[in-house]
Design a protein. Sequence first.
Length: 233
Amino acid sequence: MGIAHTTRKILSGDAFNSVVAGVKRLRYPLDPQPFIDSIDKKELERIKEKYYNPKDKVTSRKYLDLAEWMPTNAKRIRDVMLRPAPPKKRVLDIGCGTGYFLYIAKSLGHDVLGMDIPGHKLFDEVCNNLLHIPRCLHTIEPYQKLPDLGAPFDLISAHMTCFNRYEDGKRWGPEEWKFFLDDIETRLTPTGFIHMDLNAELDGSHMAPALRQFFIDRGAKVDRRKFRLVPKR
Ligand SMILES: C[S@@+](CC[C@H](N)C(=O)[O-])C[C@H]1O[C@@H](n2cnc3c(N)ncnc32)[C@H](O)[C@@H]1O
């Protein structure tokens, strides 16, 4: 990490928010191994034989490396402080991919729903045949409301988001996000919140300054690519 990057991070308040997130995680240790152990090994091997290539660290095949991705998702669960039920929480994960985040949430006793684009064979097989994660297959479009998703959610999450990208790679700006957040905030319980971890901007930066300011003005806590938003009520 360069001096310029570190200085920028300190000035932006990200350093403080990172430390707070790290301290919070210390209060909630969560071993990913039991979640790996509970998975049907025969079915995992069948899916891996079809898709896995250990040299491929770029496409969705990489997600079949459970030793890497289950710990990543246990850390995400700790970041949102989703402790074992009770109380049972209802969780929506947008762009859920293989669904490991929701698998851990479900194993902790929560009620989960994934959302993802239709027709992705690897994600379909992992979610349907291996982890048994209920999903709503839906492609998010800018300025379009989400479909009816039933009961409100205590947590709406998204990790390494891609739904906020146009085909040319351009990312959503504040206007698209405003429409989207106005909609999903109506799908929260009175104590519910939104936690999202965006993919990097085209230039490799964490978040465009105007977008970062938009999230902050809306009341979100921003830490590098992540924001946590408890709607103003
Ligand atoms: C980089 S992957 C991340 C997967 C998962 N969240 C994780 O972190 O392991 C991005 C996910 O977003 C989904 N996605 C991309 N465009 C989408 C859209 N327009 N609507 C809904 N999901 C979308 C992809 O299918 C994929 O599951």
